[in-house]
Write a protein that binds this ligand. Structure first.
Ligand SMILES: Cc1ncc(COP(=O)(O)O)c(C=O)c1O
Length: 489
């Protein structure tokens, strides 16, 4: 009779039986184990526990093979010509735009897709071209990526008032607070920007805010970069004006392509501050004029990633048909709630908790990410860098720092607004460590675990084993002298 060969395997089998009892719905996602073996064998071959899906999705082997076949099965030329390979690329771009709109259930008569290098490029496009002026307002949620915060510099330069809508300690914002901030708007064009899903805490913010903002005359930029990894938008129902995204967050590859999905009526109000190759129908060197091309091409810059776009229909088909959006969500939901339960239970010998998890307790309105810190046996925060380093040595890839989202860190560490204002007025600060001291951050940031379609219980068990190894740890014992500088925010 065959049975588990080792105690570790027996323990694993027991753990799986107990998990399946509590999470019977997980078994419907077993097809993803097969896909992991076939398309993501590299994870187990390298004994790697990948827990940074919010950082980047992973491409499947068959997805990349399909891309290679298309790329090498034809000749693709610069689309700014009229020869055969060029026309083929133009058609590939048209198809990638069409499939992107279908993925978001957006009406092609209402929305356009503008290709950019990434979500940041899409946000920059909105920021530099939005008709901010004196009397305009730019409202953003405290929970925003730096690439959204950066828009405030464009807004301020053109006389707009910038305001940040604060988070509650549970890392959500009350709808009443948001509505209050948006009321009254005034006559000048104003923009409200927020993430559909926080890249820090995984919190999903209400899509109903889009309608609230529209009712008050605001344009809305909904940052969907983290959200679309596992969740779907329906732009026939919720109608943000600008939706930036990076394709690699959804299907891992290509990594140099994103887009701005924009409502045509909002796009018509944007004024580009410059022009470039590919964005004009004509221009004159001596005459000093240019005639902009119509959108979407008029909003793109230079030669687009005309071979990268070949990966868009392939990647979207892969996540919809091979991985399955619903199956991936079910799997991740069960793994996440198991992990949250386990993290809450982890204790030092003296009974003190081992982890502090930021944001909501459960899975309601939250994506597949958990932000947390380790606490030592005296309840002191453990520096995130030794944890990240040790995780890496143990084959676990997680994220540490502020994840380019300083506002959530300011909330979880309850930073003093006066300290934050003062630090901004001190030009001498040049390293992340100096800023940390100036704003009295207790540590450089948090740790983040994020799951994806082929995460499995083994990944979670390896992680829990790793976290448990910090039991009875004393933060004073950490030698941080040889550690690299703190991560850039
Ligand atoms: C919510 C959110 N917005 C914007 C970005 C910026 O994306 P990119 O670096 O691909 O431009 C990220 C990246 O992590 C993100 O998570």
């Amino acid at each position: 009779m065959s049975g588990p060969a080792t105690t570790a395997e027996a323990r694993e089998a027991l753990g799986f039986a107990e998990f399946s009892r509590v999470h019977p719905g997980y078994s419907a996602t077993e097809y993803l184990d097969r896909i992991r073996r076939e398309d993501f064998a590299r994870l187990d071959d390298q004994d790697l526990v990948y827990l940074d899906y919010t950082g980047s999705g992973l491409p499947g082997r068959s997805q990349v093979a399909a891309f290679q076949q298309v790329l090498c099965g034809d000749t693709w030329g610069n689309p700014h010509s009229e020869n055969g390979p060029s026309r083929r690329s133009t058609e590939a771009m048209r198809r990638a735009r069409e499939e992107t709109l279908q993925f978001l259930n957006a009406d092609p008569d209402e929305y356009s897709v503008i290709f950019t290098a990434n979500a940041t490029g899409a946000l920059r496009l909105v920021g530099e071209a939005f008709p901010f002026g004196p009397g305009s307002r730019f409202a953003l949620l405290q929970d925003n990526h730096n690439s959204v915060l950066g828009i405030r510099d464009f807004a301020r330069a053109r006389g707009a008032v910038v305001e940040a809508i604060p988070l509650r300690p549970d890392l959500r914002a009350a709808t009443a607070t948001v509505v209050e901030a948006l009321d009254p708007k005034g006559a000048s064009p104003s923009l409200f920007a927020y993430p559909a899903q926080s890249n820090f805490s995984g919190v999903k913010h209400p899509l109903g805010w889009i309608r609230e903002a529209h009712l008050r005359g605001w344009r809305v930029a909904l940052d969907a970069a983290a959200y679309l990894a596992l969740s779907d938008l329906d732009l026939s129902r919720d109608k943000p004006d600008f939706v930036p995204l990076s394709y690699y967050k959804i299907f891992g590859w290509p990594t140099g392509l994103g887009c701005l999905v924009a409502r045509d009526e909002a796009l018509a109000e944007l004024r580009r501050p410059w022009f470039s190759g590919g964005t004009v129908v004509a221009s004159s060197a001596l005459g000093g004029w240019h005639a902009p091309a119509a959108p979407p091409e008029g909003f793109e810059d230079g030669t687009p990633d005309f071979t990268g776009v070949l990966g868009v229909p392939i990647g979207l088909t892969y996540v919809r048909e091979t991985l399955g959006r619903e199956g991936a969500r079910t799997r991740v939901r069960h793994l996440m709630s198991h992990l949250l339960d386990e993290m809450r239970e982890l204790r030092h010998t003296n009974g003190r908790p081992l982890c502090v998890v930021y944001g909501p307790d459960g899975m309601e309105d939250r994506g597949a990410a958990i932000a947390f810190n380790l606490l030592d046996a005296d309840g002191v925060l453990v520096d995130e860098r030794p944890v990240e380093n040790s995780a890496a040595r143990n084959g676990i890839a997680l994220r540490a720092g502020c994840f380019c989202n300083p506002g959530v860190g300011e909330t979880i560490f309850a930073l003093d607004p006066e300290d934050l204002l003062r630090a901004g007025r001190r030009p001498a600060l040049s390293t992340a460590e100096e800023y940390r001291r100036a704003v009295r951050l207790p540590t450089g940031g948090a740790l983040r675990i994020s799951l994806g379609p082929v995460s499995n219980l083994r990944d979670i068990s390896r992680l829990i084993g790793f976290l448990t190894s910090w039991r009875d740890h004393h933060a004073d014992d950490d030698d941080i002298s040889g550690l690299p500088e703190r991560a850039r925010c």
